[in-house]
Ligand binder design. Structure first.
Ligand code: PLP
Length: 375
């Protein structure tokens, strides 16, 4: 199998597996317990927090473990709205956010909040000026992704803070950095973010673990998403998933500084190779290192994905969360209908090679030359 769908999830790296097994077999105590088993588990949790906080560029006290990126996005948005609702009811986001954000927006609209959805250009880019222009005196939240998960565009999220300061708007900034973490150099501060959500399974950690950065000054005021025990400083109840935390931290530690560049080289090679095939269009090279969007306008993206899968190559026709449905991201982009229909996402990880791309290229050439999805 050739795996080229790293934006959906990544294979779990060996150090993450070893860390999970170590904690499950030896460090399985409840971190809230006062005896040595518990203290050892709490130590694992805090060591993990320190590693991930350092990689994100925040203080460990500002990082809270969640069950996934979706939870971090939900929590940040609901907490920001709770804090801001006495100042206004306007929210800015983009039409190409992950459904973890868009579904929150729908819910908030049903409760009377007004949401401005910024539109992408034909490559999935959102204009910095459009972000600045959208911020109003009554804006209470700007929620934007750092990297789009389907086209790989990098959103100029720091424009939000500039506009907020300029307008003296009461808005907080939430950044969904699930696809940007470790792939791009940034810190919450460099983004002007009050909240940053990340997820373990996009960086060779396990599924079921994520983290949310919350700016220190907000901590006394932020409300939890759930109620329960006093874990995570009373902000995220539930016994901490210590094996998942240790595995996430191990994956972060194992992520080498050169990975992003290595991944980008394979992606650039793919962009050149695949766009040279008659019948394949490049939708976007994506500015992020790992995501490339192409289209075979003569076919449906989903059928191409299935045909490639039958030959052992895994790609996707958009976000894995939208299987079978047309992607809202491509729908929002001003592209010819056929190009949207035939959209395919190819996404790379540290294990991806140019040989993987050559095999994908051979199969796509076959499809385009034979005008058939049968091999
Ligand atoms: N945000 C973005 C941009 C994503 O790509 C994803 C996952 O695909 C998520 C949020 C949700 O993360 P998780 O799968 O950890 O809930």
């Amino acid at each position: 199998m050739i795996y080229l769908d790293n934006a959906a999830t990544t294979p779990v790296c060996r150090p993450a597996m070893d860390a999970a097994l170590r904690v499950m077999s030896q460090g399985w105590g409840n971190p809230s317990s006062g005896y040595p088993y518990g203290k050892a588990a709490a130590r694992e949790r805090e060591e993990g927090r320190a590693v991930i906080a350092a990689a994100l560029g925040c203080e460990p006290e500002e990082l809270f473990f969640t069950s996934c990126g979706t939870e971090g996005d939900n929590w940040a948005i609901m907490a920001a709205v709770e804090l801001g609702k006495k100042h206004g009811r306007h929210i800015v986001t983009s039409a190409i956010e992950h459904s973890a954000v868009l579904e929150c927006m729908k819910l908030l609209q049903s409760q009377g909040f007004e949401v401005t959805y910024l539109k992408p250009d034909r490559e999935g880019n959102i204009d910095a000026q459009a972000i600045r222009d959208a911020v109003r005196d009554d804006t209470i939240l700007v929620s934007l992704m750092l990297v789009n998960n389907e086209v790989g565009s990098i959103l100029p999220v720091s424009a939000a803070k500039e506009a907020i300061l300029e307008r003296k708007a009461p808005a907080l900034v939430h950044v969904d950095a699930v696809q940007g973490f470790l792939k791009l150099p940034f810190t919450p501060q460099s983004l002007g973010a009050d909240f940053v959500a990340i997820s373990g399974h996009k960086v060779e950690g396990p599924k079921g673990i994520g983290a949310l950065y919350i700016r220190r000054a907000l901590l006394p005021k932020v409300k939890p998403l759930m109620v329960g025990g006093g874990q995570e400083s009373g902000l995220r109840p539930g016994t901490e998933a210590t094996h998942q935390i240790a595995a996430f931290a191990a994956a972060v530690k194992a992520w080498e500084p050169g990975f992003a560049e290595k991944i980008r080289q394979v992606k650039d090679y793919a962009a050149d190779t695949l766009s040279a095939i008659d019948g394949v269009e490049l939708i976007s090279r994506g500015s992020a290192p790992h995501i490339l969007a192409i289209s075979l306008p003569a076919f449906s993206g989903q059928s191409v994905v299935e045909a490639l899968g039958s030959q052992g190559v895994c790609v996707s026709s958009g976000s894995a969360c939208h299987r079978g449905k047309p992607s809202h991201v491509f729908q929002a982009m001003p592209l010819p209908q056929k190009v949207k229909y035939g959209a395919v996402r190819v996404s790379f990880g540290p294990q991806s090679t140019k040989e993987d791309v050559d095999e994908l290229s051979r199969l796509l050439r076959h499809i385009c030359e034979k005008k058939s999805l049968l091999f």
